[in-house]
Design a protein around this ligand. Sequence first.
Ligand SMILES: Cc1ncc(COP(=O)(O)O)c(C=O)c1O
Length: 440
Amino acid sequence: MSTDPTTEDPAEHRARVLAEFAATINPQKVRVMRAAGLDLIEAERSGAWVEDIDGRRFLDCFTSAGSFNVGRRHPRVVAAAKRAVDTLDHGNFLLVSEQTAALATRLAGIAPGNLDCTMFGCGGGEAIDFALKLARGATGRPRIVSTVNGYHGHTGFALSAGGRAAFREPFEPLMPEFGLVPFGDVDALRAAVDATVAAVLLEPIQGEGGIIVAPDGYLASARQICDDAGALLILDEIQTGMGRTGRWWASEHFDVEPDIMTVAKSLGGSLVAISATMFSEDLREFLIPNPFIHLSTFGGSDVACSVALEVIDVIEDEGLLANATARGAQLHAGLAAIAAAHPDQVADVRGLGLMAGIQYAEDSMGPRMSFHLAQHGVLAVYSGNQPSVMRLMPSLVATEADIDHLLGGLDAALDDLLHGRGLPEETAPVRPRRRPPRGA
Ligand SMILES: Cc1ncc(COP(=O)(O)O)c(C=O)c1O
């Protein structure tokens, strides 16, 4: 018989869920979360905030790595989802769908340049997989160039393009003809791109890599290098897109138009799984002889497309791009002041709009700061590929008072750290135990 969570004591409730998760999903994940003070169980989710089952409220600055741009359970998005499930389901993926066509048309209206065509999927990795398949298929070339510390997901092609060896090595050999260059290094990119390269895949701002904004001129040079070699430029806007930086797409800050762009996360409005790979009509030629060459049963489902259409309307109607710019300016000014006040602890602050990162002096400070921030009502997680960097990506509905709360939390958390208050049992990032090599 299952336990009734509505009558259970909150502490027992939390312990039970953690134990079930550890037993059936992964005990190490629970340990890592505990060490970072993040072993909380989300309950009420609303706008920029989340409350856990113990009744603690947090400003959500992780937002599932930028998935809640319109906030969590935005009332208009929830209403659109309810309307959709009253009359629709995910639909027959082989048939022509009204909702899918409507969303593709709407996306074409906000996408940069001539990216008028879309292939839908369920997640970011799937969107990247298709982008890379399309690049190889359309150019007839094998090679893909991506960047050290870049992150594009854990599916086949996406993982092969990933910039962190620890994620790739256990599964090698992965896709052949993939290579990495350092992010931001124009000369290295130029040296790597020749007539055998199908595509260069870049994030305009490396998210998991530690909120590294493309240096001035880098994306424009990448565009030129691709054009010179006849290669395609793919921009992964899965974290940076949908208004996160104050424009629909981060590429707009750099005045660069990609040949292919990937979108996911916030397109689903915190409710549904949906992703989009966008490309030009020229590239679509490759799909005309065989329109079934890439299929996804759940990709671009009728319910998900209905929700995504509402998400785009909400971003426009509520002026969330302007809010991301204004709140971003407030956040960056506050971060600069914190960095100036703590030169020994804070090595750098950076970002664009509401995609910000604070680089601490050393790696273990990321997890420790997650712990202290949680004590001050801020949910924030250090970067996957760079634990010294705390990423701060609140929802675009965050108010001035919310950003003040975040800045106050950062100050208080640094103070706790300096005075050694309430340190977690394990303060360093917990690393998975290495498996002995095969045959050992
Ligand atoms: C830049 C970027 N690309 C791709 C992905 C993969 O998306 P998903 O987890 O939906 O497969 C992520 C996820 O964090 C991401 O940040």
